[in-house]
Design a protein. Structure first.
Length: 202
């Protein structure tokens, strides 16, 4: 510490204390040096993220892509659900037509607007579900073991149809799918509700 004398404007002198001691940082040395991530730490994080992505991508791909039995079942459920909703909303009979030789099925019926007797207004038909919705495909690795409509085997026919009615009911339908591994999947339309039931052999 040193005292320096300086002259003031009124002719008097004043002492000014000047601190000549060096200034030190009060933070520990480790805290001052560790101010950012090291290159090794960043590389480790990037490597871990790559491993996680590599293990997750195949599973996400399988979930997003419908194949085999999963596609056959989901397509049938979508088409039947849409046919039932369409019949209820329009008040008209709607059919799902099966074409076993072509391995396809689709909705056939009146696509016109619906008349609401309560309000006296005509409403446009609601949009169908996204995805397949109105048509379905039976994959090549799936065989139809049974296509029973109203207790009649229709597997060998060129086409056959199941009717959905405005009150939410439908005709009887039982389908048996089998994949290449010999796994069977039974699908049944409940005539009272018009809903698809997936389960064991009825």
């Amino acid at each position: 510490m040193k005292i320096r004398r300086e002259a003031r404007g009124d002719g008097l002198e004043a002492g000014v204390i000047v601190n000549l001691a060096p200034t030190y940082c009060l933070l520990p040395r480790a805290s001052r040096l560790r101010s950012a991530f090291t290159l090794i730490e960043i590389m480790l994080v990037v490597a871990l993220m790559g491993i996680i992505c590599a293990t997750a991508v195949p599973n996400i791909y399988q979930l997003s892509k419908k194949e085999g039995m999963r596609r056959a079942v989901q397509d049938l459920k979508d088409v039947c659900d849409n046919a039932r909703a369409k019949a209820i909303f329009t008040g008209n009979e709607v059919s799902v037509v099966f074409c076993p030789p072509d391995r396809t099925f689709y909705i056939s019926g009146n696509d016109g607007p619906a008349f609401d007797p309560l309000s006296g207004e005509t409403k446009a038909a609601p949009p169908l579900k996204p995805g397949t919705g109105t048509t379905g495909i039976i994959p090549e690795d799936i065989t139809i073991q049974m296509l029973d409509i109203n207790r009649h085997e229709c597997r060998e026919l060129e086409w056959a149809k199941v009717k959905f009615f405005a009150n939410g009911t439908c005709e009887e339908l039982v389908i048996n799918y089998r994949d290449r591994n010999g796994q069977d999947k039974w699908l049944k339309l409940d005539p009272a509700t018009g809903m698809v039931i997936v389960g064991e052999r009825p």
